[in-house]
Ligand binder design. Structure first.
Ligand code: HAM
Length: 451
C-alpha cells in the first residue's frame, strides 16, 4: 500500500465538525467590522520579501527567524505573509485607496505563516481576522479598533480576557530610550544569543516571555518616561475614549510588540486560559509605515485577532458549540424511477432556498432512512414505487414520527408542501420551547456561511 501523506507539521486545518466552529468564529469576529464601515480587502498570501523586511523590520523575530522565504522560478525573493498590515498598506498605496476619502477602513481574514516551533496556540499556518484604519492620527480611531476587537470577542461569548494598553511614543523619542535601555541591559547576566538580539533591538527584550529574563528586566527604564507631551496626550485621549466606550483596560508600560512599525498606541488582548500563547489579538498605531512603503505621510492604526487562539479561548471558557451545518430535508428514493423524480425535486427545493440533500448510492429504503437520520434533517421525503403510483411522496417528521404527503408530479406544489411541513415543525419546536419542553432545533439557526 502506498505510504500515507500527512499534513505539514504545525498547521491549523479544519475538518467537520470543527470547521463549523471555525466559520462561526471568523464570521462573528468580522461582523462588528462590517457594521462599522470597514470594507473587505483580499490580498495575496505571498509578497516580495522586501515588503516585510522594510515594513515589519529586519531585526524582528518574525522577519529574521520565522518567515517562509524562497526564490521563485523567476529568481525573485518571495515570502509567505507572516502578518497582514504591511500587505494592506502596500495595496492601499498601489491602488490609491486614499483618494476615495479618509480614513481608509479595511478588514481582512485569511491564513498567515510563521515558521515557529509549534505548540498549543502556536501554528506555522494560522488564521487572523484583521482591521486597519488609515489616514488620521485621531485617538478615537485607536479606541474604535480596540472596541471592535473587544466587541467581536464578546460576541463569541468570551469574558475571560484582559486588554493591556501602552504607548511607545514616536520614533524620534526612541534613540534616547534605546541608549538608556542598552546601558541597562549591558549590566545584566544574559546569554550570548539574548545579548545579540538585544543589540539588534533592545526593546524586544521587554517582550521576552522567559521568567528569568522578565525578573532581570523588572527595574529596566520604561519608554513611557521618555515619550513626548503630544504622544502622552494622545495616549490619555485613547484611554478616555475607551472609558467612554465602556471598554475595560489595564495600562502596561512594558508592553512592546514583535513588529517594528508601531508608534504610540500598542495593545494586546490576553486570555488566561491559553497558557504561554496568551495573546488572542493585538495591534497598534503605525504612523510611519505608509511613508516607509512609498506612500504619503499618513498615520494608521489596526489590530489582528488570531482565530485559533479565539477558538481555544472559547473552549477554555467551555462555551457552547455553534449549531452544526445541517440540511432540513433529506430525500430517500427507492428505485431508479423514484430517484429520477427526486433528483429533479431536490434541485427545485434547493432553488427555493431549502437546505436539502438526497440518499445517493442507490440504497435500500432502510439504508436511505439511516442516512436521513444521520443527516440531522427534520424531514425525510420518501418515494418508492407505491408513492410514484399514488403521485404523492411520504413526508416524515424525524423528531416526532408524524407523517404527511407532498405531490410528486407538481414541482411547485411539492416545494410548497415541504416548506409548509418545515414551517409546522419549526412552530412546534418554538411552542414546545415556550412551554419549556426540550426542543431539537439544531441546524435551523445555522449561518449562511457555514453551509
Ligand atoms: P501579531 O500580534 O503578530 O500582530 O498577531 C496577531 C494575533 O495573531 C496574535 O495575537 C495571535 O492571536 C495570532 N497569532 C500570531 N502568531 C500566531 C501563530 N504562530 N499561531 C497562532 N496564532 C498566531 C499582527 O500580526 C499585526 N499585523 C496586527 C496589527 C494589525 N497591527 C496593526 N494592524
Amino acid at each position: 500500500m502506498p505510504e500515507r501523506i500527512h499534513a505539514p507539521k504545525g498547521v491549523a486545518e479544519y475538518v467537520p465538525p470543527e470547521s463549523t466552529r471555525f466559520l462561526h468564529t471568523r464570521r462573528t469576529l468580522i461582523e462588528p467590522l462590517v457594521n462599522a464601515g470597514y470594507r473587505c480587502i483580499e490580498l495575496p498570501v505571498f509578497e516580495d520579501t522586501s515588503l516585510y523586511v522594510r515594513g515589519v523590520g529586519e531585526g524582528t523575530d518574525i522577519v529574521g527567524k520565522e518567515m517562509y522565504t524562497f526564490e521563485d522560478r523567476g529568481g525573485r525573493s518571495i515570502s509567505l505573509r507572516p502578518e497582514g498590515t504591511a500587505g494592506v498598506v502596500r495595496s492601499m498605496i498601489e491602488h490609491g485607496l486614499a483618494r476615495g476619502g479618509l480614513p481608509v477602513k479595511l478588514w481582512y481574514a485569511g491564513p498567515f505563516f510563521r515558521a515557529e516551533r509549534p505548540q498549543r496556540g502556536r501554528y506555522r499556518q494560522f488564521n487572523q481576522v484583521g482591521m486597519e484604519a488609515i489616514g488620521y492620527d485621531d485617538p478615537a480611531l485607536d479606541a474604535e479598533v480596540i472596541a471592535l476587537t473587544d466587541a467581536g470577542l464578546r460576541a463569541l461569548g468570551l469574558t475571560g480576557f484582559r486588554l493591556l494598553v501602552n504607548s511607545l511614543g514616536d520614533v524620534a523619542e526612541r534613540p534616547a530610550y534605546r541608549d538608556q535601555l542598552t546601558e541597562f541591559i549591558k549590566g545584566l547576566d544574559l546569554d550570548q544569543e539574548t545579548l545579540r538580539r538585544a543589540e539588534l533591538n533592545p526593546l524586544r527584550l521587554l517582550d521576552d516571555k522567559r521568567r528569568e529574563v522578565k525578573a532581570l528586566l523588572a527595574d529596566a527604564p520604561v519608554l513611557r518616561d521618555f515619550i513626548s507631551a503630544e504622544a502622552r496626550a494622545h495616549h490619555d485621549q485613547v484611554c478616555e475614549y475607551l472609558t467612554v466606550l465602556g471598554v475595560a483596560f489595564e495600562e502596561d508600560p512594558k508592553l512592546v510588540r514583535g513588529l517594528d512599525y508601531y508608534t504610540r498606541t500598542t495593545f494586546e488582548f490576553v486570555h488566561e486560559g491559553l497558557g504561554s500563547q496568551s495573546a488572542i489579538g493585538g495591534g497598534g498605531r503605525f504612523d510611519g509605515l505608509v511613508a516607509d512603503l512609498g506612500g504619503d505621510d499618513m498615520s494608521g492604526v489596526g489590530c489582528a485577532i488570531g482565530i485559533e487562539r479565539a477558538m481555544l479561548a472559547c473552549r477554555a471558557e467551555a462555551l457552547a458549540d455553534p449549531p452544526a451545518g445541517r440540511v432540513d430535508v433529506f430525500l430517500v428514493p427507492v428505485g431508479g424511477e423514484a430517484k429520477r423524480s427526486l433528483v429533479r425535486l431536490l434541485a427545485a427545493l434547493r432553488r427555493a432556498g431549502v437546505r436539502a440533500d438526497l440518499a445517493y448510492g442507490d440504497r435500500s429504503m432502510k439504508g436511505g432512512m439511516r442516512a436521513a437520520d444521520r443527516s440531522g434533517a427534520e424531514l425525510a421525503v420518501i418515494v418508492g414505487e407505491r408513492e410514484l403510483a399514488d403521485g404523492s411522496a411520504m413526508v416524515k417528521h424525524m423528531s416526532t414520527g408524524v407523517q404527511a404527503t407532498a405531490p410528486v408530479g407538481d414541482v411547485g406544489g411539492f416545494v410548497r408542501a415541504v416548506q409548509g411541513e418545515l414551517a409546522r415543525s419549526k412552530e412546534s419546536v418554538a411552542s414546545s420551547a415556550r412551554t419549556g419542553e426540550s426542543a431539537t432545533a439544531d441546524g435551523n439557526e445555522m449561518d449562511q456561511e457555514a453551509r
